[in-house]
Design a protein around this ligand. Structure first.
Ligand SMILES: Cc1cc2nc3c(=O)[nH]c(=O)nc-3n(C[C@H](O)[C@H](O)[C@H](O)COP(=O)(O)O)c2cc1C
Length: 208
């Protein structure tokens, strides 16, 4: 049986590395990816990372034009396992919260919600004014998972990638993709007063 694809959206918030690493990990896990990149995301790859857009696109089975409103993912009859937008701008959050489906990214997110499939929004902005918070509340009310890339420290991150992997691992938990990207908390009962963590370690290969 062919595995249902995961839709990955990448928008132009700071932190497009979250989207790139998500693509890389899901690709390694052999889950088909249908990718939508916003224009602003493409610009931010050049500003913030050493990824070329070609490298990013190559990790997906299908790459859509964000203006292609006739694409498969614009219809609920095309079955997917859900959608993760990493990172998600306030602009795209706003469009999703208001079902203002002006591009394929927002249409695919809206379809994901109406079909009651998981939609994870890794919203990135700081500080947040009340309008941003209201948009997040509205999106959560209609079914989105609001998962800002906020680092945790109980897994003792040593590198930026440790921090990135913890957040994308949390996003993958919501779309039912098994991974061992970070060590999970198992209660503060470890020896020597140290926190107990499971021994899971990342199953992905480091980027070379
Ligand atoms: C370097 C850079 C960083 C940005 N960071 C953010 C951010 O963290 N959050 C945000 O909402 N917008 C951010 N923006 C602004 C968005 O890119 C801009 O609003 C864009 O129109 C969003 O379009 P999109 O949602 O279609 O990607 C940033 C822009 C640049 C150039």
């Amino acid at each position: 049986m062919i595995s249902k694809p995961l839709i990955i959206g990448i928008t132009g918030a700071s932190g497009v590395i979250y989207g790139a690493e998500l693509l890389r990990v899901v690709h390694e896990l052999a889950v088909p990816i249908h990718l939508i990149l916003s224009e602003a995301a493409v610009r931010n790859f050049a500003i913030e990372t050493d990824y070329s857009v070609e490298e990013v696109r190559k990790m997906a089975e299908v790459v859509y034009d964000n203006k292609d409103m006739g694409a498969a993912v614009s219809s609920g009859s095309f079955r997917t396992r859900g959608m993760i937008i990493a990172p998600c701008t306030v602009k795209t959050l706003s469009a999703i919260a208001n079902s203002f489906t002006y591009n394929l990214m927002v249409r695919a997110a809206d379809v994901t919600l109406k079909e009651r499939r998981p939609l994870v929004l890794m919203v990135r902005e700081t500080p947040l004014h009340k309008g941003h918070l209201d948009l997040m509340r509205t999106a959560a009310d209609i079914g989105a998972v609001i998962l800002p890339p906020i680092p945790a420290f109980y897994h003792m991150p040593k590198t930026i990638m440790d921090i990135v992997h913890q957040s994308i691992g949390k996003a993958l938990d919501h779309v039912g993709i098994e991974h061992s990207l970070f060590r999970r908390w198992t209660g503060a009962t470890g020896k020597d007063g140290n926190p107990a963590v499971d021994e899971g370690s990342a199953s992905y290969k480091e980027r070379t």
